[in-house]
Design a protein around this ligand. Structure first.
Ligand code: ARG
Length: 471
């Protein structure tokens, strides 16, 4: 290779080629305008590789020092915006390597010893993704903390619990919010689990078969903080299952976000009127002056489709690829980047939005009263008086039917009327028929009684490392 080989991509690739790449093909195959985002991981990986090459006696200490100096300058150039990214140099790897050679000469040309862009890019993406997973973990904790706070403030607030979107039984609003905390806790768990599989080192796989140089892969893994070394070179350079797995976990997370979004939107509608979102998260209408729209949850619901789309894109990208590396894999980056960006923005905005929810307890309670939400409690009451549950269920169905016809709640039926359904019914039934009585009765692990909600709040605080458990 001639001295400025890499810089001369506008000419032919190598002596093997008799003509330069067409402009159209150059644009089609280039990735630099999106993969330059990996520059920091690329330099980090190169420095670890160079350090190992030197330790193994494959390059001199002077070469290593020159590479380190050159990379420091490149870092500074990229950070300051002075670095000139060239389409001709195809991707982030060739751009940085060419600049290094320009700066430090032969030492730069020795960096690629025992390495291929195939194991280089796989290493870069894993390094980069690992850092993003850690940031997502922090954001997930913040969101959970915000929801736990609102849950605690609303441990006693009565919300109609729905099944089939029909009023079912009263639940504490705090209990409802903690259901989402459980979902996000599992999402965080999934991220932690898959991080282990992201955090493995492909470098040393070279193009596909490994390399004849005596590289110390364990040393590079240690330097870069990888937990393990990929044990098969063909697999190391080619599989993107780690990216797919991440995007699958991201999709599930977004599905949880979209369920919460749907509820926020419903709750804020005039028909429900259960909550209000702070003005800074809403928009108005250009034509209808009365409107305040919950755009943020609507968009989050929409962006869920986008992330699930990326999962479909990535998994389809992998399907049917023969071993080992294929250029198809260059297409892994944009969906991955966009998934990370969408996730991080959404988590940030939801943590803030949750903290700014205005709860309207009267409206929630009014809605709960409308739906005979304590009918099950009456059946349970009769069971405790000795009736078989199926008979009790039937008795209460009659009572509800009559109450609907009379336009009253069960708790509004006088005792003699109630006694007509079953003589075992006594004055104490009114406590059972009250929404609060129903709520308090579900004082079982995982149940909605405010006492349980508060116990769960404390457990989550402990788990999330929230100082609020301390007196
Ligand atoms: N830009 C490429 C990618 O993202 C780097 C690897 C290219 N390797 C190759 N043999 N063309 O996958």
């Amino acid at each position: 290779m001639s001295n400025n080989q890499l810089d001369k991509k506008s000419q032919a690739w190598s002596a093997l080629f008799s003509e330069p790449m067409s402009e159209l093909v150059k644009r089609y195959t280039a990735s630099v305008f999106f993969d330059k985002r990996l520059w920091r991981a690329d330099i980090q990986g190169s420095l670890a590789h160079a350090d190992m090459l030197c330790a193994q006696g494959l390059i001199s200490a002077d070469d290593l020092a020159a590479i380190q100096k050159g990379m420091a300058q490149i870092t500074q150039e990229i950070e300051s915006g002075a670095f000139e990214w060239k389409l001709d140099l195809e991707d982030v790897h060739l751009n940085i390597e060419a600049r290094l050679t320009q700066l430090v000469g032969d030492a730069g040309k020795r960096l690629h010893t025992g390495r291929s862009r195939n194991d280089q890019v796989a290493t870069d993406v894993r390094l980069w993704l690992r850092g993003e997973i850690d940031e997502i973990g922090v954001l997930l904790t913040e969101l959970q903390k915000a929801l736990v706070d609102v849950a605690e403030q609303n441990a006693d607030v009565i919300l109609p619990g729905f099944t089939h979107l029909q009023v079912a039984q009263p639940v504490a609003f705090g209990h409802h919010l903690l259901a989402y905390v459980e979902m996000f806790a599992r999402d965080a768990e999934r991220m932690t689990d898959l991080r282990r599989r992201v955090n493995r080192l492909p470098l040393g796989s070279a193009a596909l078969a490994g390399t004849s140089y005596p590289l110390d892969r364990e040393r590079v893994a240690r330097t870069l903080g990888f937990e393990a070394v990929c044990q098969n070179s063909l697999d190391g350079v080619s599989d993107r299952d780690f990216a797919i797995e991440f995007t699958a976990a991201a999709s599930l997370l977004m599905v949880h976000i979209s369920r919460l979004s749907e509820e926020l939107i419903l709750w804020m509608s005039q028909s429900f009127g259960f909550i209000d979102l702070a003005d800074r998260f809403c928009t108005g209408s250009s034509i209808m002056p009365q409107k305040k729209n919950p755009d943020v949850p609507e968009l989050a619901r929409g962006k869920t489709g986008r992330v699930v789309g990326h999962l479909m894109g990535l998994i389809t990208l992998m399907k049917g690829q023969p071993l080992a590396y294929n250029k198809d894999n260059q297409e892994d980056k944009e969906p991955l980047f966009d998934t990370v960006d969408t996730l991080k923005d959404t988590l940030r905005i939801f943590a803030e939005m949750a903290a700014g929810i205005t709860v309207k307890p009267e409206a929630m309670e009014r809605a709960a009263k409308k739906g005979y939400a304590t009918a099950t409690d009456l059946a349970d009451y009769l069971v405790k008086k000795g009736l078989p549950f199926r008979d009790a269920h039937e008795v209460v169905a009659h009572a509800v039917k009559d109450a609907i016809a009379a336009g009253v709640d069960l708790s509004e039926l006088p005792l003699d009327k109630l006694k007509a359904y079953n003589p075992a019914i006594e004055q104490d039934v009114y406590e059972v028929l009250s929404l609060r009585g129903s709520l308090n009765a579900r004082n079982i692990l995982g149940g909605t009684a405010p006492e349980q909600v508060r116990a769960q709040v404390a457990r989550h605080r402990q788990r999330l490392g929230d100082g609020k458990t301390q007196p």
